[in-house]
Design a protein around this ligand. Sequence first.
Ligand code: GDP
Ligand code: ZN
Length: 302
Amino acid sequence: MEGIVVKSTGSWIIVRLEDGSKLDCKLKGQFRIHGIRHTNPVAIGDRVKVEGVKGGDHGVITHIRPRENYIIRKATKLSKASHIIAANLDHAYLVATLAQPRTSTGFIDRFLVTAAAYFIPAGIIFNKTDLYDRDLMKTLDELTGIYENAGYRCFRTSAIFGVGTDEIRERLKSRVSLFAGHSGAGKSALIRAIDPSLNLRIGEMSKAHQKGMHTTTFAEMYEIAGNGFIVDTPGIKEFGLIDLDKTEIHRCFPEMDRLLPLCQYKNCTHTHEPGCAVKSGIESGSVSLLRYNSYLSILNDS
Ligand code: GDP
Ligand code: ZN
């Protein structure tokens, strides 16, 4: 049987089989040995082969298909090992807002860099637009201009009024889409607006977590009505940029990457080099200073 991993609790891996049913699975022993670098050898979104256990009510994962992509974070703050948050993602969306609690552009840019580093097309959903006054609307227009110029789709929603949510639902069809966001931006409300039947299941999940006093929250994949999957990432604030070299960060800013061939040096980092097309772009206004400053700040931290 073939299926897709929708949840992993450590001891059990839950696989959604092709007929839509779910099966609790264990991993065949040998995989554990190969999974040293990552703390989890099998991740949400993995496409797997499963064998039923004779007379048993669970399955065994015998094969994991090669991943098209994946997104990771450090297993723990100090550890070198990484934890795969999810694999085989078609899109990654950041649920952001300019109303309370306002999402900083620094946070948005870090998310976008992470997605770019793992070759996952990303978009930004600006939520709670019902609360924006005229000034915030102006800011929203400006940010939309900056991010769309960079190559990112921007969406506007009011999750509680159901505004803009049809468009999101349409985009999710037949795809696996990761949803991330600061707590309070409205990720749950948005998911609820997209598919009301999901609300119950997510609610049950968090209650179960509270009971078990788990401090770590796991990402989980939900099937949405009308085809498609959402990977919800509760409590995951930082996505790991651990595979990214300092000299590669600018490649994750598409508007800068496009200018690289015009820089005097082909390994230009757009910082101190003469004849830099990105720096000229900032002067002429084709590259946003906001984005460039985010780039410098990420460069500094890594
Ligand atoms: P999450 O932490 O990102 O999952 O955020 P929630 O979905 O729990 O929403 C946080 C708070 O913001 C709740 O009180 C929601 O009712 C509110 N909220 C979510 N979306 C909107 C919106 O579009 N407009 C307004 N005015 N409030 C919203
Ligand atoms: Zn340059």
